[in-house]
Every structure is written in structure tokens, then in C-alpha cells.
Design a protein around this ligand. Structure first.
Ligand code: C2E
Ligand code: MG
Ligand code: MG
Ligand code: MG
Length: 283
């Protein structure tokens, strides 16, 4: 019981850099039962058309409702899940849950958006991943065109050839692939040319100070121009201010995602949203 009390005092929030080793171990152990005990929930964050604010798609973002710590963010537990291998069953659950949810919305005659699911590079490179995607689409009845997979440049760190082949296969299956957190990785723009992807998502780090940092603004502009030459859509993440929206619209960015329009939210709230999201003041 004393241990429980101690654990209650932890602060779990994004950006909590210093975690004691025993906290890590306890959380790792809890992660093992969390899936069976239904402690995970998918939140959904809309991605909107940059100019009109019309909802274009949604990104599924996992949340862990921990019985004693409350909500734990993925920045805390996804790295642990990757280290323990737990990311495999967890990632499969996320994919199935997202596809099932969107398929249900379709059959209930609700609005449907394509759903984007984050895929860890371990999950992506595991044998049978493509079969798993195929099976989940088949079993849930979600059309492949409603599914988008978000992968990071790290999938190219090992077996780049294989990764490119897999993306081509996914594309042939009708599934879109986006490169997430683009610009933070090791790679240059030129490799994009070889990747049959559909979309790049500019990392929030570039967007944060786009209005004051001229070199970041130049990078963003370069990426957008280049991506458009390759027929790729560009999404900017982390939009919090109207001025950022205006700046990105001026630079011809296609899609925006950020608190300015909507935070990640539970399904019930998503279902209640209007088609067009007005820019809001972020507090
Ligand atoms: P990501 O895929 O780049 O997702 C975007 C993150 O930015 C989300 O954090 C979202 O809540 C946050 N965000 C969106 N708009 C704003 C904004 O205007 N301001 C700020 N400050 N933040 C904003 P979240 O949900 O905490 O997820 C963090 C990361 O965890 C994700 O980054 C993704 O890499 C990973 N992740 C989330 N769900 C999953 C999942 O189901 N599977 C895997 N493998 N990774 C996941
Ligand atoms: Mg993402
Ligand atoms: Mg991202
Ligand atoms: Mg990110």
C-alpha cells in the first residue's frame, strides 16, 4: 500500500524528462496487463484543410488511463512498449480499434474521414505486418482508401530497400503512407523521390517559431515546394496561432493540425464536431 501511495505522487505529463528507474520498471510491469484490462483509448485529432478549416481526416492518438496515475501520454509509454516488444500487440490493437471505429461510423451512416494511424518502425519491420494490415481491413470492412499509416524516417535506418518496397505494396493495396515528424530525421529531401508516399507531415518544431525564425521558415517553404513537385500533400503539425495558419496558407501548405482547430479528443466529441472548424484562441 505504501508503494501505491508513493506512485500516486508521480507527475505524468508530456516532457517529464527525469524518471527514476523504479518508476520505469513499475510502469513497464503495468503495461503488460493494461491491454487486457482495457486501459487504452484512442483519441482523435482532426486534420483540416489549411484554407477552409474543413475536416480532411483524423489522426488516432493513443491514451493510457492508468488506474492510479490517471492519463499517461504516449511520449512516456510508447518508448517503453518499444523496448519490451509490447508495441507489437499494442500497435495491432491501435490499428484494429481505429479501423473498427471508422468502419462502424460508415455503417451507421455517420460522416467518415480517413483515419491516420501511427506505426512504430519495429511494428513496420516485423514479418507479417502487411498481412496484418490486410487482415484487419478485411475483418473490419474498412475500405483501404480510408486508412493512412504514419511512419517516421527511422523506418529507413535499417533495410531502406525493404521499407520502400513495403510502402509501394501498401500503395498498391490502396493505403496511403505519410512521413511523420518530417525534417527532424537524418534524411534529406532527395530520398522522398524514391518513396511512394502520399504525404509529409512537417514537425511541430519547425512550426513553433516559423514566424520569428527565418531559417525555419525557409526550410518549411523549401519542403512545401519540393513536396508539391513530387505531388505530395503537406501537413503542418502543432498549429496554435492564427498567424501560423496565415503564414502556412501563404506558403501553400495543404493541411493543418493543431490546438488552434481541435485537440485530440475522445470519439464521442469527434462525432459532435461541425464539418468546418473555426480557428480558436488557444489558452
Ligand atoms: P505525432 O504522431 O507526431 O502526433 C502529434 C502529437 O502532437 C500528438 O501528441 C498531438 O496531441 C500533439 N499536438 C497536436 N497539435 C498540437 C498543438 O497544437 N500543440 C502541441 N503542443 N501539441 C500538439 P500525443 O498524442 O501526445 O502523441 C505523441 C506521439 O506519440 C505521437 O506524435 C506519436 O509519435 C506517438 N503516438 C501516439 N499514438 C501512437 C500510437 O498509437 N502508436 C504509436 N506507435 N505511436 C503513437
Ligand atoms: Mg503522427
Ligand atoms: Mg508528427
Ligand atoms: Mg511529432
Amino acid at each position: 500500500v505504501a508503494k501505491r501511495q508513493g506512485r500516486n505522487t508521480w507527475q505524468w505529463h508530456r516532457g517529464n524528462g527525469k524518471r527514476a528507474i523504479n518508476e520505469y520498471v513499475l510502469l513497464r510491469n503495468d503495461l503488460h496487463t493494461a491491454l487486457y484490462e482495457n486501459q487504452f483509448e484512442l483519441y482523435y485529432q482532426p486534420v483540416v484543410d489549411a484554407v477552409s478549416g474543413r475536416i480532411h481526416s483524423v489522426e488516432a492518438l493513443i491514451r493510457w488511463h492508468h488506474p492510479t496515475h490517471g492519463m499517461v501520454f504516449p511520449a512516456v509509454f510508447i518508448p517503453i512498449a518499444e523496448q519490451t516488444g509490447q508495441i507489437i500487440p499494442l500497435g495491432r490493437w491501435v490499428l484494429r480499434q481505429a479501423c473498427q471505429t471508422l468502419a462502424n461510423m460508415r455503417t451507421q451512416g455517420q460522416r467518415v474521414f480517413p483515419v491516420a494511424v501511427n506505426i512504430s518502425s519495429l511494428q513496420f519491420h516485423r514479418d507479417g505486418f502487411l498481412d496484418e494490415v490486410q487482415t484487419i481491413l478485411h475483418e473490419t470492412g474498412l475500405p483501404p482508401s480510408c486508412l493512412e499509416l504514419e511512419v517516421t524516417e527511422s523506418i529507413l535506418l535499417e533495410e531502406a530497400e525493404q521499407a520502400i518496397e513495403m510502402i509501394a505494396t501498401l500503395r498498391n493495396m490502396g493505403i496511403r503512407v505519410a512521413i511523420d515528424d518530417f525534417g527532424t530525421g537524418f534524411s534529406s529531401l532527395s530520398y522522398l523521390r524514391d518513396m511512394p508516399i502520399h504525404k509529409v507531415k512537417l514537425d511541430r518544431a519547425f512550426i513553433r517559431d516559423i514566424l520569428i525564425n527565418r531559417s525555419n521558415a525557409a526550410i518549411v517553404e523549401g519542403i512545401i515546394t519540393m513536396a508539391h513537385h513530387m505531388d505530395l500533400l503537406v501537413v503542418a503539425e502543432g498549429i496554435e496561432e492564427v498567424e501560423q495558419q496565415e503564414d502556412l496558407v501563404r506558403r501553400d501548405c495543404d493541411l493543418l493540425q493543431g490546438y488552434l482547430f481541435a485537440r485530440p479528443m475522445p470519439l464521442e466529441e469527434l462525432l459532435a464536431l461541425p464539418d468546418i472548424l473555426p480557428a480558436m484562441t488557444v489558452t
